[in-house]
Design a protein around this ligand. Structure first.
Ligand code: IMP
Length: 454
């Protein structure tokens, strides 16, 4: 059986806490897209582990897989694995041989393109994490990428690099007009230097038996009755297809990505549970519209500051302060439809406690019409005026005690809020996050135990 965890909004919905919780009931935890642009924190035995690539299950003696839909920076991977080993863990991480490799030039290109976009009057800067994600997926689609399997064969690797690297160098020098000779960027475009480093990486991957035929491996595990948890990174509104293009990441965080990005059939993924992770308000790191953003006047900014500070809304990977907005139901409806949510987990409800006011956007007004889902173009989305419904606020309570006592111990106004949004997207609330610690999640349904996944 499978459980797929999907970010319903713009990433940073607190997926880690649920992956962590339900990963404990899984045998294999699989990431199916993205790379080291995703930051998650796992707390185990009082120790905090900050990871960006290693699937969090690997901290808990589960097999962690990076599926073929991922883009893998081996430097990050080994540094995270070595760090975990130094701290006494023995993470079991396997990587799909069909996954693509982030090479040093991809990171350089990510940085250059963002700089160029920042200077462009059209305001197309994405605010990427600078990890080379976009350029690597670009090469994948352009059929000039390097895959993990290529690192295992020095001859093939040389051929791939000999073809791609001069093109990349030409882009930097001839299109962007930058001179990289003699700079610290030069090694990233040197076939011999890259070949030497990445052959060594391939040797380590082979020595440690870390590469797999992902589809075949997961098929066998599933056939043997093992439980598979798909760990989506980022969120629906930054999905390359379903998000607000071009302010998106370059992969598919939505549930369909779990099948494509791992080689497990859609019927298998669809037979299981798909849980949308929702933050009780919105946050956004990077550019792009945010109709419910709290930035209109001083009062709104003060509310945003309060939420940002209380919720620790600063990027895990970049440290950037996140933009803050009210919960947006059109976004949530879109997410529920695209991924087919069977359940919801709503996080950070404690952060909203004690606020002066609480609003939820129930629809938009656009050109005199009321609409209930996200327009397909970002320009139209940016012109949407939110229609709000005001909710009763709730007071600060002892959230640890509430978590221990369960759902009925939540303040009445909190329950009303949760029940309203569950009804709006036609999915039950499976869990409610009332604090950052492991014990501060109230579980109503464990998707591995629910009837849909049996
Ligand atoms: P990229 O994935 O680094 O190419 O960045 C593209 C966009 O996705 C930017 O707006 C990033 O801020 C955003 N993004 C990427 N990864 C995450 C994440 O894990 N959480 C939230 N936003 C992300």
């Amino acid at each position: 059986m499978t459980v797929t965890i999907v970010g319903s909004q713009l990433g940073d919905e607190g997926k880690g806490a649920l992956v962590d919780r339900w990963g404990g009931d899984a045998d294999v935890v699989v990431r199916y897209q993205g790379g080291d642009n995703a930051g998650h924190t796992v707390v185990e035995g009082g120790e905090e582990y900050k990871l960006s690539l290693v699937p969090s299950g690997a901290v808990r003696d589960k097999v962690g897989i990076l599926g073929n839909g991922c883009v893998v920076n081996p430097r990050t991977l080994f540094s995270e694995i070595d760090d975990l080993r130094d701290r006494g863990l023995e993470p079991d991480v396997r990587i799909a041989r069909r996954a693509h490799v982030i090479l040093p030039y991809h990171r350089v290109l990510d940085g250059i393109e963002e700089e160029v976009k920042a200077d462009d009057e059209s305001g197309v800067e994405v605010g990427t994490t600078g990890r080379g994600i976009g350029p690597t997926y670009e090469d994948k689609a352009g059929r000039r990428g390097v895959r993990i399997g290529d690192l295992l064969d020095p001859e093939v690797l040389r051929e791939r690099l000999a073809y791609a690297v001069p093109q990349k160098r030409a882009v930097v020098e001839d299109i962007y007009g930058l001179d990289i000779e003699g700079t610290d960027r030069e090694d990233a475009f040197d076939v011999d230097a890259l070949h030497e480093e990445f052959v060594e990486i391939g040797e380590r991957l082979a020595d440690e038996g870390m590469t797999v035929n992902c589809s075949d491996y997961l098929y066998r595990r599933h056939e043997a009755g093992d439980r598979i948890l798909f760990e989506g990174a980022q969120g629906t509104s930054i999905d390359i297809d379903h998000g607000n293009y071009p302010f998106v990441t370059s992969s598919n965080p939505t549930a369909g990505g779990a099948a494509v990005g791992s080689g497990v059939g859609v019927t298998t993924v669809g037979d299981g549970e798909v849980v949308g992770i929702v933050k009780a308000y919105l946050s956004r790191v990077g550019s792009g519209p945010l109709p419910t953003e709290l930035d209109g006047d001083e009062r709104e900014e003060a509310l945003a500051d309060e939420i940002r500070e209380k919720g620790g809304e600063f990027g895990t990977v970049t440290g950037r302060p996140r933009r803050i907005g009210w919960l947006d139901l059109p976004m949530l409806r879109h997410a529920a439809r695209v991924s087919g949510f069977t359940g919801l987990a709503v996080n950070h409800v404690d952060v909203l406690a004690g606020l002066e006011e609480l609003q939820v956007c129930t629809g938009y007004e656009l050109d005199g019409e009321e609409i209930d889902t996200v327009p397909t173009t970002t320009e139209r989305w940016a012109r949407c005026d939110p229609v709000y419904r005001e909710f009763d606020t709730w007071e600060e309570v002892d959230w640890t005690a509430v978590a221990a006592d369960g759902y009925d111990a939540l303040p009445e106004a909190t329950r009303e809020y949760l029940e309203f949004l569950a009804a709006e997207v036609d999915a039950d609330v499976y869990a409610v996050g009332v604090g950052p610690d492991r014990e501060e999640t109230i579980e109503l349904v464990n998707p591995f135990e629910s009837s849909a996944s049996e």
